[in-house]
Write a protein that binds this ligand. Structure first.
Ligand SMILES: [Mn+2]
Length: 335
């Protein structure tokens, strides 16, 4: 379902109440980039606006302009309006949210709806691109280097720095505009991808030891046990992006990462597809959601084996429904 930006635009122009912009827990570049871009813009427009998140800003995003203004939620305050970005619903905030009107800006398929001010477009490469559209319709001249950098960071990270299937003419067109307004592609890439710690490298090494193939090589997965974080002095946010290792194997169509979360008693699962599998269907059947190529869910189980079994059962089901076998370059048609 596609929702228009105009009702939201009119609402934001008129409102004089307090506005809290918030992201999902464990924010990624698109979530925080989108939230900060909208926050900086609305501040310029004289709005009483705040930006918040349950988790501490992760190291790989601490270069974003004005991250020190991100409020740690819950903060016990009431806001007239809450705008959640890049999330299928307010439940994704992972914390109590005390707001009057609820609004969602997002590019995920499905999820919760809060009314006519929601701005949702699953065809958008990133939530950040929706933020751009919203701002451009209001006052494009307000886009400065800081706002452009935040939007660019969201667009770049959600497209895997312009290589995933959501990379198209529009994506480059928008990137060009953002660079024109002052975003520096090399700076954003270096800040995001080339500031790893030695601990993170040791974590990757441990995680790669768990790499396994299933279903004749069309499925690959890694497991991140909680003890790995302790052994390497890393934390949960360091697991971001590791699912791309199993995806990079030849022949793999569905890749997954299972992350142990003992404090919640669940296994957090990240799912990725390479060409044709729709991993959002797998995630949805396990109580999660996302996009065709990138989705996630949480699995409750007595132990690791049970969680893995639940996951593999749903992956197998989806591959059967779609009639997908091991993928190779020669089987990919160039249309
Ligand atoms: Mn996104």
């Amino acid at each position: 379902m596609k929702r228009e930006s105009v009702p939201l635009l009119d609402f934001l122009k008129e409102t004089d109440g307090s506005i809290l912009i918030l992201t999902h827990e464990n924010p990624d570049g698109d979530a925080l980039g989108s939230a900060l871009a909208l926050y900086l813009f609305l501040k310029k427009k004289g709005k009483d606006v705040y930006v918040g998140c349950k988790d501490k800003v992760p190291h790989f995003l601490d270069f974003l302009p004005h991250v020190d203004e991100v409020i740690s939620l819950p903060d016990g305050k009431f806001y007239d309006v809450g705008i959640i970005v890049d999330s299928a619903g307010f439940y994704r905030a992972g914390t109590e949210v005390n707001v009057g009107k609820r609004i969602r800006i997002d590019h995920h398929v499905g999820g919760e709806f809060y009314g006519r001010y929601d701005y949702i477009d699953p065809s958008a490469p990133a939530t950040a691109s929706l933020i751009y559209e919203l701002i451009a319709k209001w006052d494009e001249s307000a886009i400065d280097k800081e706002i452009a950098t935040c939007i660019y960071a969201g667009l770049a990270t959600d497209t895997g720095f312009f290589k995933y299937s959501n990379t198209n003419e529009y994506t480059f067109d928008l990137a060009k505009k953002l660079v024109h307004y002052g975003a520096d592609p090399n700076y954003v890439y270096r800040m995001f991808s080339e500031r790893e710690s030695l601990g993170k490298m040791k974590l990757i090494s441990k995680v790669l030891e768990t790499l396994k193939l299933y279903e004749g090589g069309s499925v690959a997965g890694i497991t991140i046990f909680d003890r790995f974080f302790k052994e390497t002095g890393t934390q949960y946010s360091d697991s971001e992006g590791l699912v791309n290792y199993p995806r990079s194997l030849e022949g793999v169509e569905v890749a997954f990462a299972m992350i142990e979360k003992p404090e919640e008693g669940v296994w957090k699962v990240s799912l990725r597809s390479k060409v044709s599998a729709d991993v959002s269907k797998i995630a949805e059947r396990l109580g999660g959601g996302g996009h065709k190529y990138a989705s996630g869910c949480k699995i409750k189980a007595q132990n690791y084996e049970e969680a893995l079994d639940k996951l593999l059962t749903e992956i197998r089901k989806q591959l059967q429904i779609q009639g997908i076998g091991p993928y190779s370059a020669s089987s990919e048609k160039i249309a």
